[in-house]
Design a protein around this ligand. Structure first.
Ligand code: ADP
Length: 264
């Protein structure tokens, strides 16, 4: 809250009173601050790969291109940095699409356990890592209204995070079950975990516990922010539980009754 004071006084006469005007600027200012921070983050995130590429390209131009040992490695770095920028811009575009009012989701009624089985099957086929995916899924049908493409994206992101931050030979457990009028899905890993004061921040745009580390493993810091937007658009909630050094669980809920056609 911002306060403006005016003195009520006739010419040089005595002060008759004070008028205090209180402005609730918090929300407006917060939006403005978030916007500024967002632009700062985007610029910074794009600048980092660009400056890296510039120095590698400079070295190549100055003669490294002739060195058969060095040139392929330098080219690989610039390729990786380009890929990272493409991922970043793709994520940004998606967030900006979801921010616009007329963005629509396409909901279909599906059985959640079989949907989750399909996703896990695909990850088991894909992932080369020595990590076990355990299922704790109900045998009965649970019907929910989903945008299956968007929900696939949410689960892919959570599962790939769990894989990225898991130790060799770790287990990732995916469970689901009804809780009241909702269904709750939980994905647990035995990985590095998240420090307590950061747990709620991981859904913020660009937040990363360890920028250097997650950059190395290809993160943009936008995956969970996108996941949150998608879950909210389904009428659900998403949160994390974690113990530093002992693993992380991401939970989300979805309403059992028909979700309204929602715009993000
Ligand atoms: P990123 O692209 O960096 O993975 P996300 O939005 O998906 O971005 O995640 C944000 C941050 O949250 C990550 O950088 C990481 O620090 C933390 N995080 C997410 N999932 C996990 C997990 N399963 N274990 C530990 N840390 C995690």
């Amino acid at each position: 809250v911002r306060a403006n004071f005016s003195v009520i006084q006739k010419e040089d006469g005595p002060v008759n009173g004070l008028i205090a005007v209180l402005h609730d600027v918090t929300e407006q200012e917060q939006i403005e601050n978030e916007r500024r921070e967002f632009v700062f983050n985007v610029s910074h995130e794009l600048r980092t790969p660009l400056t890296t590429m510039r120095s590698y390209l400079e070295a190549l131009a100055e003669g490294a291109w002739q060195d058969e040992n060095i040139a392929p490695r330098f080219l690989e770095v610039t390729q990786n940095e380009t890929e990272r920028m493409i991922r970043l811009v793709t994520d940004l575009l998606q967030l900006s699409k979801m921010d616009s009012k007329d963005f629509r989701f396409t909901f279909r009624e599906i059985d959640l356990p079989s949907f989750l089985h399909d996703i896990i099957d695909r990850h088991e086929m894909l992932e080369k890592e020595n990590i076990e995916l355990k299922r704790q899924l109900p045998e009965t049908k649970i019907l929910v209204q989903l945008d299956t493409d968007k929900m696939t994206q949410v689960l892919d992101n959570i599962i790939s995070n769990a894989m990225k931050y898991s130790p060799e030979g770790g287990t990732i457990t995916l469970s689901a079950g009804k809780v009241g009028r909702k269904v709750k899905v939980s994905i647990s890993d035995q990985g590095v975990g998240i420090p307590k004061n950061n747990v709620s921040k991981i859904f913020d745009r660009f937040f990363r516990v360890d920028k250097a580390r997650s950059r190395d493993i290809g993160g943009t810091g936008l995956g969970l922010a996108i996941a949150k937007e998608i879950i909210l658009a389904h009428g659900g909630e998403i949160w994390a539980e974690s113990e530093w050094g002992q693993g992380t669980t991401i939970h989300f809920t979805l309403p059992l009754r028909k979700a309204k056609e929602a715009s993000a």
